[in-house]
Design a protein around this ligand. Structure first.
Ligand code: GLU
Length: 434
């Protein structure tokens, strides 16, 4: 049998291991260090029972993986998704460890997940499931033990229910239990835009030192959720030419540039970025001609002529199959894991600069850190303070990565891992763990 034609699925953990193994080899680490970096300290799993509105019972597998707490309490979001599983949560927890070390904030790495489809739950059921998660893991969570946050399909309302459940059960006041909370219940201004803003600061810096002119740069963004939509608005305001955006139903492209503020309105009214022009597969061609826009699929969108490509939705979208056709010179990964290791290598050879997820989307956890600190001190942060400190931290991380990449002639992804891993090891050595 010819096994070479079988392509194994790229799982988040294989993606993480590929980069980690390159880092381990380059840094010449010992087996004890390797074990710490590649295996989680704790994997917690359970089944949550939910009494649905119709009285029936449903069971949902739930996970919390605590990868490494050398540098501080475990930190990372909780995702609600039908495909959430232990392997994925483990890899995402490992990435959080690299991300927090790279941003140089005093946290370790963790991630949680509930295997469920939140779109099929009523609001009451969603609240009950969120509270059940906290009850199930109450002994391993806490402001100084493991601080959770939003991730895919979880939001400030869910964070509020979770904090409330913890405070009731423990009979304590604990704003630092979780981050990404609503402003009226311990939240911080700018947490909702933090991921996009962090990525935007990096892009701005990249454009500055490359002596490029934003008004001459064409940007394509995949995904119009929280990160993608805010990024489109920031870029448009700063004079960049956003030429295409998409959501799960497809995208629209205009070489002349599109106005993300208008797209946001369309999406609000019709549920989709293409909704103003298309109902299902039927599009108003005349209206599209008039507005100089074309409809594109999510696959086509990635290959459009542009300078900067921002995957801000799914993982594994830039693959061995399409990497050669990516026209962008820069890829900024706002999503977690959009590029497979094979595609990474192909883009590297072609001189496409990839700003990796652990750097590009770290803005979320950085502002979570401010929110956690706010909870500890009781002093409310202002929008301006959040922006200023976020900028400083993102640029420091970017500079560290850029220097490491230049010094060792390695990709930004490898450099980001290298910086993160070395910081984790430094603390582990100080603590006498390795
Ligand atoms: N879920 C976000 C991430 O993947 C934020 C995590 C946090 O704020 O703790 O980075």
């Amino acid at each position: 049998m010819n096994t070479s034609s079988i392509t194994l699925p790229v799982t988040p953990y294989t993606r993480f291991r590929t980069t980690l193994d390159q880092t381990i080899e380059r840094l010449g680490l010992c087996s004890e260090e390797i074990a710490f970096l590649s295996q989680p300290q704790h994997v917690h799993r359970c089944e949550l029972t939910l009494v649905k509105d119709d009285g029936s019972e449903a069971i949902f597998p739930a996970f919390r993986v605590q990868f490494n707490n050398a540098r501080g309490p475990y930190k990372g979001g909780i995702r609600f998704h039908p495909d959430a599983n232990e392997e994925e949560v483990k890899a995402l927890a490992a990435l959080m460890g690299i991300k927090t070390a790279l941003a140089d904030i005093p946290f370790g790495g963790a991630k949680g997940g509930v295997q469920c489809d939140p779109k099929k739950l009523t609001r009451r059921e969603l609240e009950e499931l969120s509270r059940a998660y906290v009850r199930a893991f109450i002994n391993i969570l806490g402001p100084y033990r493991d601080c959770a946050a939003p991730d895919v399909n979880t939001n400030p309302d869910i964070m509020a229910w979770m904090r409330d459940e913890y405070e009731r059960k423990q009979d304590v006041y604990a704003p630092g239990f979780i981050t990404g909370k609503p402003l009226s219940y311990g939240g911080i201004p700018g947490r909702d835009t933090a991921t996009a803003r962090g990525g935007f600061f990096i892009l701005e810096e990249l454009v500055n030192f490359s002596a490029l002119n934003p008004t001459e740069l064409r940007v394509v963004i995949q995904g119009f959720g929280n990160a993608g939509a805010h990024m489109a608005l920031f870029l448009h305001r700063a004079g960049y030419n956003v030429v295409a955006v998409s959501d799960s139903q497809g995208g629209i492209y205009s070489p002349d540039g599109i106005d993300p503020f208008r797209i946001q309105k369309y999406k609000k009214h019709t549920g989709s970025v293409t909704g103003e022009y298309c109902k299902g597969s039927v599009c108003d061609i005349e209206k599209m001609k008039l507005d100089h826009v074309q409809r594109v699929t999510n696959e086509e969108l990635l290959e459009l002529p542009c300078d900067i490509l921002i995957p801000a939705a799914l993982d594994n979208v830039i693959t061995e199959e399409n990497a050669a056709r990516i026209e962008a010179k820069y890829v900024l990964e706002l999503a977690n894991g959009p590029t497979t290791p094979e595609a990474d290598a192909l883009l590297d050879v072609r001189g496409v600069m990839v700003i990796p997820d652990v750097l590009a989307n770290a803005g979320g956890v950085v502002v979570s850190y401010f929110e956690w600190a706010q909870g500890r001190s009781g002093r409310q942060w202002t929008t301006e303070q959040v922006k200023e400190d976020l900028r400083r931290i993102m640029l420091a991380a970017f500079t560290a990565v850029r220097h490491e990449a230049q010094r060792h002639r390695i990709s930004y992804r490898q450099a980001a891992f290298s910086v993160g891993v070395q910081r984790m090891l430094e603390t582990m050595r100080k603590r006498g763990w390795v």
